[in-house]
Design a protein around this ligand. Structure first.
Ligand SMILES: *Cc1c(COP(=O)(O)O)cnc(C)c1O
Length: 470
C-alpha cells in the first residue's frame, strides 16, 4: 500500500506546520526594511524574476518552498510604495492598523456579496457608508458601493446617471439598452482623468460623443464656458487633478447644474479627502450639490490595494443599474453589498477600510492629509531654491509639478532620479510640456524624506547638465 499522502492530506498538514509563521516572519522582515531601502528594485532583482519562469509544474511543491521562493525573489522585486520616498503616480502607502486588519481578515476569507455570506462584512460596509456620508458632508440618503478603485467607481457613477436620465424620460435602460434610447450628453473638463473616458466607452456612450469644456492654467473647468445644461446631461467634475491636484469650483457649477436638471458626477479619487482637513476643506466646498462621487481608499487614505467607493445620492439609480437577480439570491434586511457594485463576489476590502477610519478618527485623518499638503509645500520650496527647477502649479493639495530648462533636460532628469533610487517620481505632460510629477500621499513621508529627495533631484540635475556639457 502506498504511504504517499493525498493532496488533501498534505493540505491539512500545512495548517499548523509553521507555514503561516514563516510567511509572517518574511513579511515582518520586509516591513522592517521597507522604510529605508532603495525605492526601486536593484537590477539583479529584476534579472532574478526569470527564476519564476517555468512550465506549469506537474508535481506538487512543498508549501513552505512556495513561500521561500516568493520571498527570495519576489520581495526584492517590489517597489517600496509603502515607504516615505515613493512619489510616483498617486499611490499611497498602507497604515499599519489597516495592514494588520487585512492580515487578520485574510484568515477569514470573506465574500462581500450578501449579508448571509458574511454578517461582519455587511455590518462594516453599512457603518463605513454612514461614516463617509458624515465625513464628506454628503446628502443623508447617499449610498456607497465598495469597489476596486476609482476606475470602477467612475463607471458606476456614469451608469447610475445614465439610468436616472433615461428613466425620467420613460426609458428603462436595464431592459431596453441604449439602442434607440433618448440621447444623453456627457460633458467634462479637458483634464478629466483617462478613466472617465474608459467609463464613457464602457457605458456605451462613446468617447467621441463627449463634449469638452476648456480649463484654466491649473486644469480647472472655466465655469463660464459650461454651456446650458438640461435634464439629459451628465456633467463630470474633478476633486484633485491628477497632475496639478487642483479642484473645480463645485459650488457655483453644481448649483447651476442642479437648477438646469443635470446630473453632476465628481471624480474625487484622491482629492475628495481634502474635506477631512480643517485647513483644506475649502477645496471641496459645494460637493454636496452633486449627485454622485468617486473616491479611493487605497490612495489618500492609505488602505491596502485595492479599494475605492462609488457614493450616490440616488439609491434607486445605483442599485437598479447594478443589481442582479437569481433563484439562489438571499437578500438580507440590512445591507447586501452586491446590490451596489457591478461584481457579485468581492473580497471583503471593507475590513481594512473600516480599520483605517477607526484607527485614525477624524482628527488623525485630518492631520495626515494636512501633512501630505505640508510635505508637498516643503518639496516645492526646496526645489524652487535650486537653479534649474521650476514649480509649474499652485500647490493646493499634495501634487507638485516641476519643469527644467528644456523638456530634454526634464526627461533625462527623471531617468537620473529613478536611477539614483533614493526616491521615485514619474513624468507627465502639463500644458503640452514634459514635466516631473510629485505626489505626496504616504503617511510615512517625513521632512527628512523630502529633504533627501530634494537633494537627489539636485544631484540628478547636476549629473544631467554635466554630461550634456562634456
Ligand atoms: C487614480 C485616479 C483614478 C483611477 O483610480 P483607480 O483607483 O486607479 O482605478 C481616477 N481619477 C483620478 C482623478 C485619479 O487620480
Amino acid at each position: 500500500m502506498s504511504t504517499k499522502k493525498s493532496t488533501q492530506e498534505r493540505m491539512f498538514s500545512e495548517v499548523g506546520s509553521g507555514l503561516f509563521e514563516k510567511a509572517q516572519s518574511y513579511g515582518l522582515e520586509y516591513l522592517s526594511k521597507v522604510f529605508d531601502r532603495n525605492v526601486f528594485p536593484e537590477n539583479q532583482a529584476l534579472v532574478d524574476l526569470e527564476k519564476f519562469v517555468e512550465e506549469m509544474p506537474t508535481q506538487s511543491e512543498d508549501a513552505s518552498k512556495v513561500i521561500d521562493l516568493l520571498h527570495q525573489f519576489g520581495s526584492p522585486a517590489t517597489v517600496a510604495t509603502m515607504g516615505g520616498r515613493y512619489f510616483g503616480f498617486v499611490t499611497g502607502s498602507v497604515l499599519p492598523a489597516s495592514l494588520a486588519a487585512k492580515n487578520l481578515s485574510l484568515f477569514w476569507d470573506q465574500v462581500s456579496a450578501m449579508q448571509v455570506m458574511s454578517p461582519i462584512t455587511a455590518k462594516l460596509e453599512a457603518i463605513v457608508e454612514k461614516w463617509l456620508v458624515d465625513l464628506l458632508r454628503l446628502p443623508p440618503n447617499t449610498v456607497a458601493g465598495f469597489v476596486s478603485g476609482s476606475s470602477m467607481a467612475n463607471f458606476c457613477g456614469l451608469v447610475a446617471a445614465r439610468y436616472r436620465i433615461l428613466k425620467n424620460k420613460g426609458w428603462d435602460i436595464t431592459e431596453k439598452g441604449l439602442f434607440d434610447a433618448p440621447r444623453i450628453r456627457v460633458l467634462a473638463g479637458r483634464h478629466a482623468h483617462s478613466t472617465i473616458l474608459k467609463a464613457v466607452s464602457l457605458s456605451g456612450i462613446g468617447k467621441s460623443n463627449m463634449e469638452w469644456v476648456d480649463v484654466d492654467d491649473q486644469g480647472r473647468i472655466i465655469p463660464e464656458l459650461i454651456p446650458l445644461l438640461s435634464d439629459n446631461t451628465i456633467l463630470i467634475l474633478q476633486a484633485g487633478n491628477v497632475n496639478s491636484g487642483s479642484f473645480d469650483n463645485f459650488k457655483s457649477i453644481c448649483q447651476k447644474a442642479q437648477t438646469q436638471g443635470a446630473w453632476v458626477h465628481i471624480d474625487g479619487a484622491f482629492g475628495l479627502w481634502a474635506q477631512a482637513s480643517q485647513k483644506l476643506k475649502h477645496l471641496t466646498d459645494g460637493i454636496e450639490f452633486a449627485n454622485s462621487w468617486t473616491v479611493d481608499a487605497h490612495k489618500t487614505l492609505n488602505t491596502p490595494y485595492d479599494s475605492g467607493v462609488i457614493l450616490c445620492a440616488d439609491k434607486e439609480a445605483l442599485v437598479s443599474s447594478l443589481h442582479m437577480t437569481g433563484g439562489y439570491i438571499i437578500t438580507g434586511n440590512e445591507r447586501d453589498g452586491m446590490l451596489y457594485t457591478p461584481e457579485m463576489s468581492r473580497r471583503a476590502r471593507i475590513i481594512e477600510f473600516w480599520a483605517a477610519l477607526k484607527y485614525l478618527g477624524k482628527d488623525g485623518l485630518g492631520e495626515m492629509i494636512q501633512g501630505f499638503h505640508e510635505r508637498a509645500i516643503q518639496f516645492s520650496k526646496g526645489l524652487n531654491e535650486i537653479k534649474g527647477f521650476h514649480i509649474l502649479n499652485e500647490v493646493v493639495f499634495n501634487q507638485v509639478l516641476v519643469g527644467c530648462e528644456t523638456e530634454e533636460i526634464t526627461t533625462q532628469t527623471i531617468s537620473k532620479i529613478q536611477e539614483l533610487k533614493v526616491c521615485w517620481v514619474g513624468g507627465s505632460t502639463w500644458l503640452g510640456k514634459k514635466v516631473i510629477r510629485i505626489s505626496v500621499c504616504s503617511w510615512a513621508t517625513t521632512e527628512t524624506d523630502v529633504d533627501l529627495s530634494v537633494k537627489s533631484f539636485e544631484k540628478a540635475l547636476k549629473m544631467v547638465l554635466q554630461s550634456s556639457n562634456e
